[in-house]
Design a binder for this molecule. Structure first.
Ligand code: ATP
Length: 362
């Protein structure tokens, strides 16, 4: 098993910098998701780990081995792409067996491993089927099996679920996590889908515009985002971020949010942090599930109630300047009503409005 060290990794394409000085260690057996919007540099990072692209600067080490000049084939990595690379003229069995035959394993061992992985990925009944006739969902499952079967020390997956349907994606999230637990590979998973990253990864590395913004466990990154971008990108809906000004009132530090009113007094530790800085312009942040609403004629206008089954997302304010609160589905609020917002004081996060950085509690 293998740890991956990215040391001051940079990638330029001509004058364009796709990756700016990335510093990241992925521990042996760890599942790390590279998460960010399209074009942020996730695939570029992945391709350099795989050996498909060379870094412009910096180093990639597998344990203590520098990968400079080591070809893709010699790195011992398994790679699954968004577009499954399957030999359609072969049967499911032959696709799964391919990598083992190349490695000249004995037939009995090939048979054992093909049957084991086929059972794990529910491909058992399809082993003799020609691959050409399989659905997209099954083809992607087969592509994962074909890479996993050779038990690479490092397993790289680049948006493997983006072409499969939603129900199957949910199943595969669980299966991929089980697969990694079983084989204990070091896994790097590229995705723009925060839910995939949150549900599968041990740690998430959030990227934007070629910059690694924050690394942490899903809960750490969700609860304590390093900046407004991470706060908004994680969660569905993302964190509410209301522009406001720090003011003192009746001995308490509060945030005046204009049309959204004044916050309750900040917790002592957050007030200490806020008052230690020179900045008065902030974003007042809280997760949509960390607030409650009470019908109240003096409150904020409810302009949209979005029912998503067990939960309801209530939109307050106006279209362009809205706050979202996630409530149970029997909350009784309807568009056109007014509601008073109460935020859980422990869930409040403040961000510097000038640069979006979190004001960390001290
Ligand atoms: P996506 O999911 O859309 O692929 P990504 O985060 O994986 O997004 P990358 O594919 O790593 O993004 O691309 C990062 C940036 O580098 C993009 O602006 C892309 O256009 C650019 N880029 C990638 N490969 C090349 C290349 N070979 N030549 C020039 N620019 C490139």
């Amino acid at each position: 098993m293998t740890a991956i060290h990215l040391e001051n990794l940079v990638k330029n394409f001509g004058a364009f910098t796709a990756l700016k000085t990335m510093e990241l260690t992925i521990k042996d057996g760890e599942f790390v998701a590279l998460l960010g919007p399209s074009g942020c540099g996730k695939s570029t990072t992945m391709n350099m780990i795989a050996g498909m692209e060379s870094p412009s600067a910096g180093r990639i080490l597998f344990d203590d081995r520098d990968m400079a000049g080591v070809s893709m084939g010699k790195r011992g990595v398994g790679f699954v792409f968004q577009n499954y690379a399957i030999f359609t003229h072969m049967s499911v069995y032959d696709n799964l067996a391919y990598g083992l035959r190349v490695r000249k394993l004995p037939q009995a061992e090939i048979d054992r491993r093909v049957k084991a992985i086929a059972e794990f990925l529910q491909l058992g009944p399809l082993l003799n089927q020609p691959s050409a006739k399989l659905s997209v969902n099954i083809l992607q499952r087969l592509a994962i099996g074909r890479s996993a079967i050779v038990e690479p020390a490092i397993f790289l997956l680049d948006e493997p679920l983006s072409n499969v349907d939603a129900a199957f994606r949910a199943v595969m999230r669980t299966e991929l996590k089980h697969l990694q637990r079983q084989f204990k590979q070091t896994m790097v998973y590229v995705t723009h889908d925060q839910l995939e990253a949150m549900t599968m990864a041990d740690r998430i590395a959030v990227m934007d515009h070629g910059v690694l913004l924050q690394t942490g466990s899903p809960v750490e990154v969700y609860n304590n985002p390093a900046n407004t971008f991470v706060a908004g990108f994680l969660g569905s809906p993302g964190m509410n971020l209301i522009k406001g000004t720090l003011v003192h009132e009746n001995g308490a530090t509060i945030v005046d949010m204009g049309e959204f009113g004044k916050s309750a007094g900040l917790s002592d530790s957050l007030a200490t942090t806020a008052n230690a800085g020179a900045r008065r312009d902030v974003f007042y942040g809280f997760r949509p599930e960390q607030a409650s609403l009470t019908a109240d004629e003096t409150g904020l206008p409810v302009f949209f109630v979005e029912r998503i089954g067990a939960r309801t997302i209530v939109h307050l304010g106006r279209d362009k300047a809205s706050v979202k609160v996630v409530l149970d589905n029997d909350n009784g609020l309807e568009a056109g009503m007014k509601a008073r917002l109460t935020v859980n004081p422990d869930a409040v996060r403040l961000f510097d409005a000038a640069n979006g950085a979190a004001m960390r509690e001290i």
